[in-house]
Design a protein around this ligand. Structure first.
Ligand code: ADP
Ligand code: TPW
Ligand code: MG
Length: 590
């Protein structure tokens, strides 16, 4: 611990006769923050320096923490959010006041929405001046602004409260349903010095930050009874199940019950996508046909069409399809959010799945053969159709012919992390590229947000140490593209593949007025994104064929060097909004 030794003032003021001045150890706010984080196992900080946290970033590095410095706080924030998802420890994003704080705030709200544990720590200006609105440097009431966008928000005014502030932030982020937490540290806090021994005593090592939550036995029994009565059961695994790190038990539950399952996007790989019980390739068949659906760490939000409507076999857009839902979730408020849940099981997924496994025992009756047969039939038909498309080799490349290469590369490198954003670039990748291991696929999440790309790449490389492959729409990449410098600076094994179709959704739109401005949906034609990577010392490649893409990806993985592959895709190959065209408001039909 870095301490400051000061000489205590001689109380009597008497000069010569006074006893030897007593040296006392002091510790300041900077070091208390660092020690509080270290004490709780925080080893990595994603951030961007400046007043008042410049020295904090230096001191954090000196104290042995990994400080990853970004070019924009939003990307540091996204990195922190996904680090939280991958590690179950709160990801930390550190920013300056007002504008830096606001830049980090989108990621904090994103973490909260996605149930990822994250702490945004922002320096702030002088309280007295902020509260009187006297125009301080970067003045803003950050605590008030953060509150509605996160799970909890705290401010620490006194050095002796730093331990409590950090402990509360950690508990709030990881316990129960995880989420984003804001921690406000005013500039004045950092140089405050207090007695070092008292300072050390004030720090808290959080015991059991995310306590297990054991489900009530009767709720488990109710769920198993519903499941046993099913003729056409289905399990849906969501990213909460991936987060829970209960991989072996989840796999055992699926396999012992023999129930077909659908993984949500970030739950892909929890069981290998090639698993015979995966119903992914028959999604549009199983959702309306299933009679009992067990959700494990997945919400019935827009990504599941709110559990009703035509997707689920309902007659009209808001009609219930008649399924009985079982919902396993840590949040007791989640059940009935969109449709009635017949059997909520509230607890942490690890404990819930264990309890259910105990009920399954060894003589569980597998689902009826006609249900499994009907799914298998649809699956093989759709897989064959897809294989045909993937085998084609059109010029220019299609999304499918390019992603067929990515599919092979991921299969050959199942430990690699896959980052994915865009519209068509996202939807095609999700359905074409199989995942083989848990928590390897990270993407736009609950909001369908653009801009997570490079922040996720940096965090994935830093916290897992694995090769990262990013499949990026050209628009999506633009939101965080400057972080290619960060990737090069830290020399991270990141291979970015841009699906370059010259625009948002497609690149062939024109200005209907015939004016000089291009359509709002298109970019500079044939933009050479790979030169951005070369500018910072990384490897760039411009490819127009699947063979060239394959060669460039293999070389990137072999060399582990930061690489950006600009894959030229047919500019007319995408559809508006990818697979969610239906959410696009259209003019009322006359
Ligand atoms: P997806 O987008 O994959 O469908 P969602 O983000 O909608 O997943 O749902 C994740 C759900 O998982 C949330 O409702 C959240 O409360 C829940 N969850 C997160 N972590 C845990 C956990 N450890 N145990 C139980 N439920 C969890
Ligand atoms: C923060 C709206 C959804 S998808 C997308 C935008 C702008 C880009 C699609 O183009 P891209 O992919 O990436 O080139 P492709 O393959 O279809 O051409 N701002 C934010 N989030 C979202 N979702 C948007 C805007 C959007
Ligand atoms: Mg595009």
């Amino acid at each position: 611990m870095e301490v400051v030794t000061k000489t205590k003032d001689n109380e009597t003021g008497a000069a010569s006769a006074a006893p030897q001045a007593q040296p006392v150890e002091e510790i300041d706010g900077f070091n208390l923050v660092i020690e509080a984080l270290k004490l709780n196992g925080i080893d990595t900080i994603f951030g961007l320096p400046g007043i008042p946290i410049t020295d904090l970033t230096r001191k954090l590095q000196r104290a042995g923490l990994r400080v990853i410095s970004f070019r924009h706080e939003q990307n540091a924030g996204y990195a922190a959010s996904i680090a939280g998802f991958l590690t179950q420890k709160p990801g930390i994003c550190l920013t300056v006041s007002a504008p830096g704080f606001l830049n980090g705030l989108t990621a904090l709200a994103h973490a909260t929405t996605n149930c990822f544990p994250m702490i945004l720590i922002s320096g702030s200006s002088e309280r007295e001046v902020v509260d009187l609105q006297q125009g301080d440097y970067e003045e803003m009431d950050q605590l008030a602004i953060a509150k509605p966008l996160c799970k909890a928000a705290f401010r620490v005014l006194h050095a002796e409260d730093i331990g409590v502030g950090v402990a509360r932030a950690i508990r709030a982020a990881v316990s129960g349903r995880p989420g984003g937490v804001y921690l406000d540290l005013p500039a004045k806090l950092f140089p405050q010095a207090i007695d070092a021994a008292a300072g050390r005593r004030s720090l808290i090592q959080v015991v059991d930050p995310a306590p297990r939550q054991i489900p009530a036995p009767d709720s488990v029994k109710r769920a198993m009874d519903v499941l046993k009565g099913a003729k056409r059961p289905l399990i849906i695994l969501g990213k909460g199940a991936a987060y829970a790190q209960a991989d072996a038990d989840i796999r055992a539950l699926v396999e012992k019950t023999g129930i077909p399952y659908l993984p949500m996007s970030m739950a892909k790989g929890l069981l290998p996508d090639t698993h015979e019980q995966s119903a992914s390739a028959a999604r549009s068949y199983v959702l309306p046909e299933a009679d009992v659906v067990m959700l494990i760490g997945a919400r019935l939000n827009w990504l599941l069409s709110h559990g009703k409507g035509k997707t689920w076999g309902g007659k009209a857009s808001k009609d219930w399809g008649g399924q009985a839902f079982i919902q396993v979730d840590i949040s007791p408020q989640e059940a009935d959010s969109n449709v009635a849940v017949a059997a909520p099981v509230v607890g942490d997924i690890g404990s819930c799945v264990k309890a259910m496994l105990a009920e399954v025992g060894s003589n569980w009756t597998k689902p009826p053969a006609d249900w499994l047969g009907a799914i298998a039939e649809r699956k093989s038909k759709n897989v064959a159709k897809m294989a045909e498309t993937l085998a084609k080799n059109p010029s220019p490349m299609s999304f499918q012919s390019a992603l067929n290469v990515v599919r092979d590369i991921v299969k050959a490198n199942p430990d690699a992390m896959l980052v994915n954003e865009g519209a068509n670039a996202l939807d095609f990748t999700r359905s074409i590229v199989d995942m083989y291991k848990p928590r390897k696929r990270i993407d736009v999440g609950t909001w369908g947000i653009m801009g997570i790309g490079m922040g996720y790449c940096v965090a994935a490389a830093v916290v897992t140490g694995q090769q990262v492959i990013a499949v990026e729409g050209d628009s999506a990449f633009g939101f965080s593209g400057m972080e290619t410098e960060t990737i090069c600076r830290y020399n991270l094994p990141v291979c970015i593949v841009i699906m370059n179709n010259n625009g948002v959704y497609r690149g062939d739109e024109t200005n209907p007025t015939g004016g000089a401005d291009p359509s709002p949906l298109v970019f500079v034609k044939d933009a050479r994104y790979e030169k951005l990577m070369e500018a910072f010392g990384g490897v760039g490649a411009h490819v127009t064929t699947p063979d060239a893409l394959r060669g460039a990806m293999e070389e990137a993985i072999r060399s582990k060097r930061p690489t950006l592959i600009n894959a030229v895709i047919d500019e007319g190959g995408g559809t508006e909004s990818g697979r969610i065209t239906s959410l696009n408001p259209t003019a009322k039909k006359k």
